[in-house]
Design a protein around this ligand. Sequence first.
Ligand code: HEC
Length: 421
Amino acid sequence: MSHDNLFWRQTAQRLLVDSKRTDAVPALKTLTTKGGHGAIHALWTLSGMGALDTKTHTAALISPEPALRRNAIRALGADKVSAQMLYDSATLADKDLQVRLVAFTKLAALPESDANKKTASLLMKLPENAKDEWLRLALQATGAAEMNIVGYKRGPNLLPNASFEEVGGNKLPTNWSERTYSRRNPDLKHAIETRKEFVKSGKNSLRISADTRHDSSLFARVRLKAGRKYVMSAWVRTDNLQGTGNGALLSVHELQHAAKTKGVKKTSGWVKVETEFKNEQDREVTVNCLYGGWGQSSGTAWWDDVSLVEIEPIYKEKSKDAIKATAAAGKKIFDTHLVAGCIRCHKVDGKGGIVGPALDGIASRKDADYIKRSLVNPTAELAEGFDKLGASPMPPMNILLNDQELADVMAYLMTLKKKKK
Ligand code: HEC
C-alpha cells in the first residue's frame, strides 16, 4: 500500500475492500498514523470497509501532512458526527489553502443549517478567503451572506481605449478587433468616426455601417471575477438602422442574453444604454460593440464612451465600542455552543473532554493576552505538553464565534482562577 506505483496501491486497496479483510483493520489503523501514500490508502481502505473509527479518522484530520488531512476531510460523511469532526479539526482555518478548500467544500455539502451559514459568513470576513475565487465560491455555496456590507461602489472602467481615441495602423481603435458573425459583404465597414456631430466625447467615436444586412462587432478582451456584479454601458447613435437583429448595443459574447444592453434601432441621437449583470465564473470574456445581434442589421451605428465596471462591495469598519461581555453568556457558550463547544475538549471542575488541557485556574496561570491568543491562533501558542503536536487540533475560535461571543468567552475564562485552599 506504500508502493511507488499507484496501480499497486489501488489494487491492494481494492482487494482488501472487496474481500472484506477485517483482519487487516488493526494494521491499517497503524498504517494511517505512519503518513505518506500508504496512510492515505489505509484511510480509504478502512473507509471502504466501514471500519474507519473516530479515533483514527480524527488523528488523520489533524495529521501534519496536508494530503492526509485533505483525504480525511473528504472521507467524512454528512451526518452530525462528521460535521462535529470537521469543526473540531481546525481545517476550516488550515494554513494549507488546498486543505482549506476541501474543508469549505465539505461544509457546503453538509445539510443546510444556520450554524454552517454563520460559520461560512465569519470565514468570508477574512480577506484571504473572500479574495480567493475558489474559497469564496465554496463559502457562497454554504450560504455565506455577504456580512458587513454597507454599500457598493463602482470600480474603474475595465474596457481599454473606451472613447476610441487611440487608433492603430489598421485604422481601427487599438485593443478592439473585428468579429463578424454572419455575412461579410464588402459594404460592411468598421471605422473611426471623426466628424464632430457623430462624436460624443473626445475626438473619435466608433462607427459600423453596411448597406446589406450583417451581424458584426468590434470587441475588446476583459477579465471578469466570479460571483461579482458588473455594470456595462455605452452611448449609442444610429442612422436608419433596420433589420431583424437587436440593433446597436453592447454585449458580452460569452454570456449571451445574460449580459446585453437594450439595442438602438432606426434613427436616433445619442442615447445611453446600460445593463447590470452577474458573472459566475472567473474568466476572460469579450465585450462587443454589437451591430445586428441575434439577427442582422443594415444602416449606420456609432458607439462612444463605453464602460464596464465592477460593483465592489464596501465593508463596514469594525467598531469596538458596542461589545459588552458577560461571563454568564461566556459560560453558556463554553458548555453548549453547537460548533465551538469548548467542553467537548476541555474539563472545568472535573466535567468535560480530555482532548485539550483542563482549564481550571487558567486565569491565574496565564494573562488575558495569552489566553486570547490561544483562542484565536491556537497553533501560535501551544499549551504546555502539547508543543510536540506541531499544530493545535483546536479550531481558531474567531472563525466559529463572532466578536461578541469571543468577548463573552474571554470574560468567562478570566473568572477561572485558582481556588484558595
Ligand atoms: C476540538 C477540541 C477543542 C475545542 C472544541 C476547544 N479546544 Fe481549546 N484546546 C484544545 C487543545 C488540544 C489545546 C492544547 C493545544 C493548544 O494550546 O492549542 C487547547 C488549548 C486551549 C487553551 C490554552 C490553554 C493553555 O494552558 O495554554 C485555551 C485557553 C483554550 N484551549 C480555550 C478553549 C475555549 C474557550 C474553547 C471554546 C470556545 C476551546 N478551547 C475549544 C482543544 C480544543
